[in-house]
Design a protein around this ligand. Sequence first.
Ligand code: KG4
Ligand code: ZN
Length: 383
Amino acid sequence: MSHEPVTLLAIETSCDETAAAVVAETGDPARPWLLRSNVVASQDAIHREWGGVVPELASRQHLRDICGVVDRALEQASVTWTDLGAVAVTQGPGLVGSLLVGVSFAKSIAWSCGIPLVPVHHLAGHIESLVLQHGELPLPSAVLVVSGGHTSLYLVRERGRYELIGRTRDDAAGEAYDKVARLLGLGYPGGPIIDRLAKDGNDRAYLFPVSRMTHADRNRPTATAPPGLLPPDLERSVDFSFSGLKTAVMRLVKDLEARGGSREPGGVGGTVAPRASRLAPRDVADIAASFQRVVVEALLDRTFETARWLGARSLGIAGGVSANSRLRAEAETRGAKAGLPVFVPPLSLSTDNAAMIGAAGLRRLRAGVTATWDLNAEASLPL
Ligand code: KG4
Ligand code: ZN
């Protein structure tokens, strides 16, 4: 490295976790970053009552938590303000009120310490969580980012450049998990609960449909991948869709409930709170397992097929849903069979955190990207 290694403070507040981390450069090009601390204050308990994230409550809670979370991140890394060489912050996409707390806080720190501020795209963070954990990936790499807000497949041919190849046309996979969990009367976030219940269920009890976007209709949208990268039939079918699956689960639940008894649904009458399910625990476990099988198949079929076409030398899966036990296990098995190395983050870096923002921030800092003081939070931001 021709420059002094930088120690960077990263802040992430795009949704419902207030997070701060300290990440340092190592000087080793193969393993460029070292995680010194990673602090996350989760708001799950607050939003659980409502069955999903309430934006206004989220921004207020970020305000309450941010000072303590940043203090703890510095303390756990044994660094002080004067050790910091830069501050990175999630600029977007996300909830604008939540993002604003992080952006304003990061700006104030950078300005008062006289150090550069680096704006980071949330999904670049998820992708770079893989490098933070495993070192630089063999390129080209196909990386699936699968979270509560996104299901997007990227091709990484050059470090720090992410080309969108496929995406969901409707719900994100994590969103489908959360919505199905609500239909089943389970808590929020639904992903980890369905993951756990699915272990005791029969994954072939219900054969839910896997939607495949063929775009054979008159209104077919333009392909997501840049022209010429994939063969035309694959280019048109690489996108994901999960809303049909969610509807199929909803119909089944209604059907089973109609057949199965007259207990009144629970929950806070008429509000958005998750209602108690009238289904037998066995049915809930079977639906969870059958739903999960189909989601994992849909995600991995397309990702592996596309990776093969693109001549990828590695395959990554990041984002909250990458914590899923079945997705991890099957990705591993398929990778071993295909001779393709598969990378997933550790559980602590799968769901939202600031360590990944620190990694992506150091990547951008070294590419010469810094923000001006008029940096604003962006609810939707292209990568
Ligand atoms: O990346 P993330 O923390 O936030 C977003 O950027 O959206 O992802 C949160 C999503 C939620 O939808 C949650 O249900 C899902 O990740 N999730 C899981 C698991 N753990 C978290 N989905 C399936 N299985 C899991 N074990
Ligand atoms: Zn995320």
